[in-house]
Design a protein around this ligand. Structure first.
Ligand code: ZN
Ligand code: ZN
Length: 140
């Protein structure tokens, strides 16, 4: 996906959104980052240009429209990503650095599931989160 203004505006329009400055910026951040981002990280990257409520509204609307999906919830932080690597019911595992909050998609990491989830239960989605230290924080 390209992150220039025209591509971003087209993508927004196809998904039923008006290409406002805020939406273009938030979507552009995800495409440029190529990794999951939390609302906090997005706020830091944007600086004072968008307030918390606007960012929240954009993220919620994007998630509802399928432009983003929620990768996982880390404590009180929701972490979002572009859905290009995920199917509807299957999502790859994620890594979260407990020191700097950096997140990564673990596409080659296999989680083997064995056994039954129990009679009467219906599994809809699997979310796996590996926590630890990223290469940048490991040596500190
Ligand atoms: Zn780190
Ligand atoms: Zn991911």
């Amino acid at each position: 996906m390209k992150a220039d203004r025209t591509s971003l505006s087209d993508l927004l329009r196809v998904s039923g959104f008006k290409a406002t400055e805020g939406r273009v910026e938030v979507l552009g951040l995800f495409i440029k980052a190529g990794r999951p981002l939390s609302q906090m990280q997005i706020m830091e990257m944007l600086g004072p240009r968008l307030d918390r409520a606007s960012v929240y509204r954009i993220l919620s609307a994007f998630t509802e429209a399928g432009l983003l999906h929620m990768a996982y919830v880390d404590g009180r932080h929701r972490v979002y990503e572009l859905p290009d690597k995920c199917g509807h019911s299957h999502c790859h595992p994620h890594f979260s650095c407990r020191s700097c909050g950096m997140t990564a998609c673990l596409e080659d990491f296999q989680v083997k599931c064995k056994g039954s989830i129990g009679k009467g239960f219906v599994a809809e989605r699997q979310k796996v989160l590996i926590e630890g230290l990223c290469p940048g924080c490991k040596g500190k």
